[in-house]
Every structure is written in C-alpha cells, then in structure tokens.
Design a protein around this ligand. Structure first.
Ligand code: SAJ
Length: 435
C-alpha cells in the first residue's frame, strides 16, 4: 500500500492517531489501551448519551475497570464523539461494534453501518481492523466492499485486518495487555502492520495468514467451551440415571495432570459469548458449504435443554419430599448467567425459574446484582435473603452461586436445597440434592 512505511513508522513511534468505532466494553478497553500506550484516540459511538457521559469522565461502560478508564482519561489523549469524520485523521481505525444474533442468524447491521459511515472519511495510507466476533469471510466479503464504496481501495489505499477481541469483563487476571492477540490481514503486509499496532498494546501478538483464520480462531475458542459444557451436561443426565455423583467423577478425571480440562454441568449456558459464537459457525457452515456442523449443533441442543432438565429435577426433588410443585414455594439463589457477574443475558437460571413458574410453583428469587426479573410471564422483585425466607421455602434452589453467599448458612436454615452447581459445602448435605 502507498504510505505503508510512513504508517508503520507512526505506529512504532506511537504517533499514530487511532479511531475506535463502538465504545462498549470491547471498544473502550482498546481505546483506553491505545491512549495509555501514548497514542491519540477518538472513541466514536452512535449513542450520544454514552459519549456525553464518557466525555464528562463517567465510566458508564460495564466491564471496563474504573482504574483503566481514569488512567486513560488522565492522559488527555482520549476523546469521544458521534462524528465519524474524525476517521479522516486516523492512521488506524478499529471497528468494535456488537454482532448479535437475531432469530438465530448473525446480525451484522452494526458492522455494516459502521463501515458505511467510515467509507467517505477513510484516509489513504491507513489501517482498518474489525474486532467484532463474526463468521469467517465477514472482513473481506462484507466490510471491505462497504469501505471501498467511499472510493479508497483495499491494498492500494488502506490495509484491512481482523483481530478478535478477547476482553473478559470482570476478569482481573487477564486484561487487554496480557491476553495474546490473534491478527490476520487481507495481505501479509496488512497482517504485519496490524501486528505492529497491537504490539504497542499487548504483550504477545499471534499473526495468522488470513482474516478468515483469525475470524475462525475466535469462534473455535468459544465453541470449544460450549461443546465441552454440553459434554458434562449430558454426563450429568447419565449419572443421575445411574445414581453416580457427576461432580465426583469430574473431580476425579481432573486429577489427570495432562490431556484433560474440567468443565462443569449446570442449568445451561448463558452470557454474551458462549451461547452465540457457535451459531455464527453453524450458520456460516450451512450457508457456505451446505454442510451442518453436526457436533456443534448437537451440543447446542443439549445445552438448550438443560433449563427444562434442571426444572424437572427440582420437581422430582419436591415430589420425593412430599411436595407437589404446584403451589410449592421455591426460593432461587442467583439469576445472573454466571457467578459474580451482574449480567442476565441468556441466563439459564432465569429459564429454570420460568419453567417452575409455569408448573405452578410460587417463585421468589435473590441475587445481589439483580433487583427485578421480568421474563416469560415472571414479574418478580428481589426477595430479602433472610433466615426466615430460607426456612419458609419448600425448596431453596442454588442456580448461580455468587461468592457473597454463605451457603453453609443456607443449608443450615433451609428445609430442602437443590444445588445445580455443586456449590454447597459437603457436611450437612442430608437435605441437599445436587444436579
Ligand atoms: N458454564 C458452565 N460450565 C462450565 C463453564 C461455563 O455451565 O464449566 C456456563 C456458565 O455458567 C455461563 C456460560 O457457560 O452461563 C458461559 O460461561 P463462561 O465461563 O464461558 O463465561 P463467559 O460467557 O463470560 O465467556 C467469556 C469468554 N471470553 C471472551 O469471549 C472474550 C470466554 O472465551 C472465556 O473463556 C470466559 O469468559 C472465561 O474464561 O471467563
């Protein structure tokens, strides 16, 4: 590309100006990282309220540590706006917008509108990187043509690459700088310049030969998790049929110091990554090859049935203790998608209590992060977690074991406990049934 030497030099000297489109936890994290690394950064977002708050120094983005945000703000090199024309001054443009599923199909509308908005402003001699999680082929087949509609041509006028985000909100062990970055470009030069850019932000860069390899690597990471969770979820069903303690089996298998990685059963798979990313893979495989990705689709089916299965086990537990689920008082502890994260997206715990509600149970819930649940006919306000409430419930159900819970106290006070996460302490488990 014309100007690539100048671009690379500006990047290596950290004089490059960076434009980050999308100021969610992914975009703001990388914008903050670039500012802290010494570069001038413009964070662009279509949400004017979010832009105003960030400009005022308020960290309104869950998943970005306040310390990181204030450190970046204090550099004076981080500005926010809604105007895409700032891209005209940018050496590096990062696209970090959401890629949700709509009716189980990838929705790239945010990526497409970002690319369309950037196209007229794209500067000759710049680098564009897509970070949003997506299916193989998106960068070259969707983003590149939209960017070129502004008159600039990829390879000649701008370089284009893909680098998947690996930001894990709330993870205080791995952050932007110490999580290796996979980078793949439309040309070796694009890969190399993009790798130079990320090398200014992270300790380790992992270059690959193409955008598609990088796009697929991200999907493999999270599909790997989803499939292995399904493996142990189905194991839990088999163990229950045979009276074997699933958790004991997994702990025993995990004693193997090589060739094994433990996963644990539960009410199902929630969150903003694991339930969604594999669908990008299965959808693209069917669309582009006509072939199903059978293992992944089967694993998704297994995980999808866990909320109903867990609700069924709770019904059996009530029944075994002389209670019909109809009219039974059930106190659910933890409704977020995983412990110690205040996020209910795709939460399997909420699906479990919806099923119990439909079977006639009288549901109450507690969760330190959630004050209301309004889903599937449920309209609930958080109940107080008191000794009285624990004792009064026909069954206390542990769905998401936040670390703030005193589960010994819960078991002590409750008449009956269903523990979907093997979270309760061993002694005194007489009235505890585990998944
Ligand atoms: N889950 C199980 N059993 C397990 C592990 C998870 O049932 O053994 C369930 C959780 O309860 C949750 C869902 O699966 O409902 C997803 O859990 P997760 O631990 O994968 O957490 P996420 O969704 O926050 O995944 C993110 C991902 N990070 C990014 O995509 C950048 C994932 O790649 C990380 O591995 C994961 O965080 C992590 O390790 O915390």
């Amino acid at each position: 590309m014309r100007g690539s030497t100048t671009l690379r030099r500006r990047i290596l000297r950290r004089e490059a100006r960076v434009c980050v489109v999308g100021q969610g936890y992914v975009g703001l994290s990388v914008a903050a990282g670039a500012a802290i690394a010494g570069m001038q950064v413009d964070g662009v977002d279509s949400d004017g309220q979010r832009v105003a708050a960030l400009t005022a120094g308020d960290n309104v983005v869950p998943g970005v540590a306040d310390a990181t945000f204030s450190m970046a703000s204090d550099t004076g090199r981080l500005a926010f706006g809604t105007d895409f024309s700032v891209a005209a001054a940018a050496d590096v443009v990062l696209i970090c917008v959401p890629t949700p599923l709509v009716d189980h199909r990838p929705d790239l509308s945010a990526v497409e509108s970002a690319a369309r908005a950037l196209a007229p402003h794209l500067r000759a001699g710049s680098l564009v990187v897509l970070e949003s999680t997506t299916y193989p082929g998106t960068t070259e087949q969707v983003v590149q043509p939209l960017l070129e509609a502004g008159g600039r041509k990829a390879r000649r006028d701008f370089l284009l690459a893909y680098s998947p985000e690996r930001i894990d909100p709330g993870n205080d062990k791995f952050g932007l700088h110490n999580t290796p970055r996979v980078v793949g470009g439309i040309t070796p030069e694009a890969t190399s310049v993009a790798a130079d850019f990320y090398a200014q932000l992270v300790d380790e860069v992992v270059p690959v030969s193409s955008c598609r390899a990088a796009e697929l690597a991200k999907l493999l990471e999270n599909t790997f998790r989803m499939v292995n969770i399904a493996l142990v979820n189905e194991l839990a069903m088999l163990c229950a049929d045979q009276g074997i303690d699933t958790w004991e089996v997994i702990r025993a298998a995990a004693s193997k110091p090589f060739g094994f990685m433990p996963f644990y059963p539960g009410p199902g798979v929630g969150g903003h990554c694991i339930p969604l990313d594999p669908t990008y893979l299965t959808w693209q495989s069917r669309r582009d090859t006509g072939k199903p990705y059978r293992l992944v689709e089967l694993a998704q089916d297994i995980n999808a049935q866990m909320p109903v299965y867990v609700a069924g086990r709770i019904v059996e537990t009530l029944n075994a203790n002389g209670r019909s689920v109809k009219g039974a008082s059930v106190l659910a502890l933890g409704v977020t998608y995983k412990p110690d994260v205040g996020d209910i997206r795709e939460s399997a715990a909420i699906e479990v209590i919806e099923h119990l509600h439909r079977k006639g149970a009288r549901i109450a819930f507690h969760d330190p992060y959630v004050s209301r649940v309004e889903s599937g006919g449920l309209r609930l306000r958080r109940s107080a977690l008191t000794a009285k409430a624990l004792a009064a419930a026909d069954c206390v159900v542990i769905l998401t074991p936040h670390s703030s819970y005193d589960l010994e106290e819960v078991v002590e006070r409750a008449q009956l406990v269903f523990d979907a996460r093997d979270a309760t302490p061993p002694p005194g488990r007489a009235k505890v049934v585990t998944l």
